[in-house]
Design a protein around this ligand. Structure first.
Ligand code: SAH
Length: 244
């Protein structure tokens, strides 16, 4: 049976016991339904993972002992940043989960001309907390030991003017400019990918991105949904320059 993995946001030392409170204790005891004595893998997002033993498992409190540090990370050599027009409903949840599985390094939700969602104050804080939980779940499942960075939503024009990456790409149907065939040959190790919202990017946005050295990247003759395009792009990038 696969050993369950849990994220624990805490400095960890081998040989030491730790209490898990509230949601982590609930996750171990009620969701994973583990009982005392079971082995666990614990990671804290600061690199590597820890073999651990569950000492006690209750509804509100659990405890574990850290047995051994294993110096392993499963990060891609390609640093990838996904900047994506904020999508409605639970589409962003899906994108955040899949992008994390695919090894994305950072995610920036974008406000674009055709973005219909605006988030601020308490709603924004709640959403960011919700997406962080999705990232944690995807790292537990996919065996990543480092959490991708989740940035606050940013205006399109600010993102394109500030973005630093060795390859800057804007996904836009029916364009020309970027080809994967030759792109990785100069040792590029970081890529930023812009993906539009459901309504796509305006021509003006595509032009503005080009001014800041973003290359338009077409993904074939079919129009992909806003949640499909970033997944296809990340898979292609991992294949060409990453660890696939
Ligand atoms: N109605 C919009 C399509 C939006 S699809 C239009 O016609 O422009 C949402 C986003 O997915 C797009 O803004 C683009 O970033 C990406 N996308 C979808 N299909 C694509 C394709 N074939 N090539 C490149 N990008 C694509």
């Amino acid at each position: 049976m696969r050993i369950p993995r849990i994220f624990f946001d805490h400095t960890l030392n081998v040989g030491q016991d730790y209490s898990l409170l509230s949601d982590r204790a609930h996750y171990v005891s009620n969701v994973l339904r583990l009982s005392a004595g079971r082995p666990l893998i614990v990671f804290n997002g600061r690199g590597g993972e820890y073999e651990a033993t569950l000492l006690a498992a209750g509804k509100k409190e659990a405890a574990l002992r850290i047995d051994r540090f294993v110096d392993v990370d499963r990060e891609s050599p390609l640093r990838s940043r996904l900047a994506i027009g904020l999508a409605r409903g639970d589409r962003m949840d899906w994108i955040v989960q899949k992008a994390t599985e695919l090894g994305v390094t950072a995610i920036s939700p974008l406000y674009t001309e055709r973005t219909e969602v605006k988030l601020s104050g308490e709603r924004l804080a709640k959403k960011l907390g919700h997406w962080r939980q999705i990232i944690i779940g995807a790292c537990e499942q996919s065996q990543r030991n480092r959490l991708p960075t989740l940035h606050e939503p940013i205006e399109f024009s600010d993102f394109v003017s500030q973005c630093q990456a060795s390859r800057k790409l804007i996904l836009h149907p029916g364009t020309e400019g970027f080809s994967l065939d030759t792109a990785g040959q100069d040792g590029a190790n970081s890529a930023a990918v812009l993906v539009g919202p459901e309504g796509g990017f305006s021509d003006d946005e595509v032009e503005r991105a080009k001014v800041h050295e973003f290359l338009p990247w077409p993904l074939g003759p079919r129009i992909l949904r806003a949640e499909t395009a970033p997944i296809a792009a990340l898979a292609l990038l991992q294949h060409s320059w990453g660890d696939w």
